[in-house]
Design a protein around this ligand. Sequence first.
Ligand code: UT7
Length: 332
Amino acid sequence: MKGLVKRAGILGMGTSIPQRVLTNHDLEKMVDTSDEWIRKRTGIVERRLLDKGAPAFGMGVEAAREAIADAGLKPSDIDAIITATISPDYLSPSMSCIIQSHIGASEAAAFDINAACSGFVYALGIANQYVLSGCYRYILVVSCEAISRLVDWQDRNTCVLFGDGAGAAVVGPVDEDHGILALELGADGTLGHNLTIPCCYFTPDDLAKRAHENKQVIWMDGSEVFKFATRALVYAAERVMEKAGITLDSVRLVVPHQANIRILENAMKRLGVEMERVYVNLDKYGNMSAVSIPVALYEAFREGRLQKGDYVLLVGFGGGLTWASCLLKWNR
Ligand code: UT7
């Protein structure tokens, strides 16, 4: 089949969101914060947390099974699994290998990628290349995060922001007029120090930024990341539209990474996109890192906000610092 596929697209999607809800009012009892501050400064009202002691991969398995069924495929049809995560259960085996064993996609290639909140779109980019090259036909892309395990629950600067979940998509061949039209993936590693989660190595600076007993937790310079995020959203959106040769006016829906409503409002204002054309669900889930975009895309489709032939712009930014955007012509 080499060389025969002209376009790849999303054939099916699935999600898994934990039952446990943590509201802003719950957080008021944990740190010096208020529902009013969190709503005003971020737009977040509540988030979902994985049960303590439960593995993150369980969410990935559930989302993967739904996506494969939604695509009308069997697990044995999947040729490769790419999981985007910064909160894997193990460094080895990868989350993808664990998911592979549970869904029974025997012999599928399986590996994880780390592009933080941009991870889903990066993984779509890799899947797109595999499908177009003829190397693989059906790629399962899973975003799976239990960020709650990496949060210092005494640090009000970060603990109010994040939530857990999983989202999955099957990427495969679609007709030439639809699917992934353009991608823009990028990073500026010189800014990486603004959002860090140490793993096997710590500098004195890493330790100084964290309460002593909490080495492997998120530390973020919120306002630096905020400025980068606004810039990166605008840049990534403009670049991908330019590559596709399509104007933003033609885009039916923007599905951005869900970190902060103020970032979205600032960026969309600069882009000239009304908020009515932007999908927002951060009020319910907070920032789920790589999971935010696939869950938002899934919900937008289920709510009837996407029809076949619509242009939809996925755009994200995050740790690394990274950015990623993808213009799709919706094929479902
Ligand atoms: O997905 C990864 C990418 N991450 C992001 O995109 C996050 C980007 N950054 C942000 O969303 C925002 O910067 C935050 C929501 C993290 C912070 O909002 P901000 O408006 O930039 O607040 P700030 O950091 O400038 O802090 C303002 C004040 C500070 O108090 P002082 O120093 O002025 O007295 C903070 O200590 O707000 C205080 N503050 C809080 N107050 C109540 C910070 N967090 C909280 C809190 N509750 N949870």
